[in-house]
Design a protein around this ligand. Structure first.
Ligand SMILES: Cc1ncc(COP(=O)(O)O)c(C=O)c1O
Length: 411
């Protein structure tokens, strides 16, 4: 004002972006090492490959072709999703003995979007949700975009990734709105135990919390689950529960962009949650019509797809174990997993995790995740994905195990 009074035109005001996306995108040390290896034209084997459409497991063409249905030419959006598609998700649970009626299914474009909607539904700005550590680092960004804080709770490695319920209870504060579970967890592959689920539901009731359960890998147990493990939270009635999943992992078709939320809990509360989710869904209408119309047929075709993925993952896990055993085992240990698409290696701390990753890229052209990417409890872990073509995986796993073994014995 003083300047204007003095007759000077005010200078242009600089445009400012909201802090929400002010992330540090500078290249970290590993990204630089990788970029250098690529520039040098090195042949790389990417054990972190998580995109199933690049791993030659499933012929997606006949499934994708189902999106060509002429009814998909018409746009008549329903916020919670096409009734036939919601019924197909309900059937998917019913076929596993889980009761999720179609009216409790909310379609989304992905599991990531489902998380975003649930944070909008449950949390005011500055509220928090409890998240497992270690786990997949997806929530950090989603929560930041919703102005929600994350409070970690630990999984105890020495006890088969048991939830530290005491720590979780202490972490739940006045502004905590939900507990997130990744079930089975990524990358630990651990399913929640039945007694943990019951304790969490009791806590949720007592503290007014919802449970958000990411079950994207729920169909990928390695064989029969131990009886103390809970196969799924879908349809449970005790606490308000949101089970998330979608085509990205259930059908290995992330490009179709269809996920869902299966809502359960005390019936009135579940119905109120669905009604409010409908408001959010109506604001975006984000799920494409063709994929919704094709969903019943796509989900009905899941058995051979999942068999092929399970066979791939188990064969690669066996190859990894064989490679470790062939090089003396002992110093390198593959941690037990109940399911999922990943394996975690515990390695001696003669190098830090970045050091191990760099060594493997430099000497073997093998890319693995450092454990800290998933917030492992301490240094000394490497994570490998299990989706690669077996011919590539077997040969590269043998080289990886050999190089680890040499480095451990001082070479
Ligand atoms: C545990 C977990 N949840 C969610 C996602 C994201 O799934 P979507 O593609 O449905 O957003 C991933 C992706 O890898 C994941 O590992």
């Amino acid at each position: 004002m003083a300047e204007a009074e003095a007759g000077e035109a005010p200078g242009p005001r600089p445009l400012r972006f909201a802090a929400r996306t002010g992330w540090d995108l500078s290249e970290n040390r590993l990204a630089s090492v990788l970029a250098a290896a690529r520039r040098a034209g090195r042949a790389l084997v990417d054990f972190t490959e998580a995109n199933p459409t690049r791993c030659g497991i499933v012929d997606a063409a006949p499934l994708v072709a189902r999106l060509g249905e002429p009814r998909g030419c018409r746009y008549a959006p329903l916020p919670l999703g096409d009734p036939g598609a919601r019924a197909a998700v309900s059937r998917y649970y019913q076929e596993r003995g889980l009761d999720v009626p179609p009216e409790n299914v909310v379609l989304t474009a992905s599991t990531s979007e489902a998380y975003g909607w649930l944070l909008k539904l449950l949390a005011e700005r500055g509220d928090d949700v409890l998240v497992p550590v270690p786990s997949y680092p997806l929530l950090e960004f989603l929560a930041c975009l919703e102005d929600v804080a994350l409070t970690p709770y630990p999984l105890v490695r020495e006890e088969g990734w048991r939830i530290d319920l005491g720590a979780l209870e202490r972490a739940a504060g006045e502004r905590t709105r939900a507990v997130v579970l990744v079930h089975p967890n990524n990358p630990t592959g651990s399913f929640v135990r039945r007694d943990e689920a019951a304790a969490l539901e009791a806590l949720a009731l007592e503290r007014g919390l919802a449970l958000i359960v990411d079950e994207v890998f729920g169909d990928y147990a390695h064989g029969d689950l131990a009886p103390d493990r809970l196969p799924s939270f879908a349809g449970r009635r005790q606490a308000l529960t949101f089970v998330l999943s979608g085509l990205s992992k259930v059908m290995a078709l992330p490009q179709l962009k269809l996920g869902w939320i299966a809502v359960s809990g005390p019936p009135e509360l579940a119905a109120a949650a669905v009604a409010r989710l409908e408001i959010i869904a109506d604001t975006y209408l984000s799920v494409g019509t063709p994929v919704q119309l094709a969903l019943p047929e796509i989900l009905a075709a899941r058995a051979p797809v999942q068999r092929a993925i399970q066979a791939r993952v188990r064969a690669n896990l066996a190859a990894l174990d064989a490679a470790i055993a062939a090089h003396g085992g002992g110093a390198v240990r593959r941690l037990p997993v109940d399911g999922g698409w990943y394996a975690t290696l515990e390695v001696p701390r003669v190098l830090d995790e970045d050091g191990w990753v760099e060594l493997l890229v430099r000497d073997e052209g093998a890319i693995v995740h450092p454990g800290y990417f998933f917030d492992m409890p301490r240094d000394g872990f490497l994570v490998v994905g299990l989706l690669l073509e077996p011919a590539v995986f077997v040969e590269a796993a043998a080289r990886l195990a050999a190089r680890l073994s040499r480095a451990i014995s001082g070479g």
